[in-house]
Design a protein around this ligand. Sequence first.
Ligand SMILES: *Cc1c(COP(=O)(O)O)cnc(C)c1O
Length: 409
Amino acid sequence: MSANFKARDMAEQQIADLDAQLLRRKLRTTESPCDTKASVGERELKAFCSNDYLGLANHPKLVAALTEGAKLYGVGSGASHLISGHSIAHDLLEKKLAACEEKHIPNARALFFSTGYLANINAITGLARLAEQGQASIYSAKLNHASLIDGVRLASSQTKAKVTLFDHQKLVSLEESLKQDIHSLKLIVVDGVFSMDGDIAPVEKLLHIAEQYDALLMVDDAHGFGVLGDQGHGILEQAGVHSERIIYVGTLGKAAGVSGAFICATAPFIEWLIQKGRPYIYSTATPPAIAHTLLSSLELIKGDEGIARRKKLNELIQIWHDEMTFQIWEKTPSSTPIQPVILGSNANALAAARLLDEAGYWIPAIRPPTVPVGSSRLRITFSANHSADDLRELIQTLKMIEKTIESQG
Ligand SMILES: *Cc1c(COP(=O)(O)O)cnc(C)c1O
């Protein structure tokens, strides 16, 4: 037996370092379905932290659809899509997903994935491989989600793609770089709704730039699909844009209430990603029962119930902007159900999350590397299942917590 076990010592030391920097993350286990109240241990917390914006994650129609899906298709797909895992349920879902975006993407086709993380990796690495080695150039917004960042990094290591970061609120530098770019494939990658800030990407302007410089525009609408647009079909519907250059990614585990994601693009791109997308090719297909459940979720999203739930969300957002006044802390102008309160230091964000917890709320502190250093925050999210009174109680609690923390200096 060797006394040395260096890897374990390193793990323990690294974790101790995270603790010391107030950067250690902790798991909390819930015992209830995802909703506005969460059972955690012996306690029931008022949750303002999930991405279940429409409140569909525990919807009786979707619970029934999953049960029905399991009866029709069993529980496992058994193989990847290209082997034998591609079910009629996946096929129907992909057709419906394409129909959601067909007004915005000519000749639209959709490809379903088990997660948004995989869909993003697949889209970016696959598209970069359209070009010869060293001939792709990727423009990635600085505040993009980690899955986009990882997709860009992987594409760059696989294909020697050139990577340029840009500020999505100031597009001048993006344009300047594109003007001089002589790579054969140019891909702009951006969050539709920025996940930690709640602001919406200027897709119209970005598309205009993409068209001017022969680039593709990939939009990750993880927080927009289901939420934005009259029918809930996301940022493209809201912006009213239309182009073959758009590569759209929507996720289905947030507002859609279930799980999974899709890439929607004009048919040749989707066909290429089926041929060359390694995550698509080498991963087992999502259970068809999930795809079956999502068919019902899409019906809810675009129908009267979805319309009513989006209206409710917008009322909550309005109440927040009208009634949430801080003495020192600041809100952002976000018009989505993501409402951050930026507190700066890890210590302040943790203290606020702890006081919220004592008051019966579940709103975690979001710290680096999820957000830039010095911008630790509370990330407050609304669900259509919250009532106006739920939100008003939270607003009162936050005002008291601000006083407590600021008076302690
Ligand atoms: C959550 C999220 C993803 C990942 O989607 P999953 O389905 O949860 O893997 C991708 N992009 C953004 C912007 C997200 O917020």
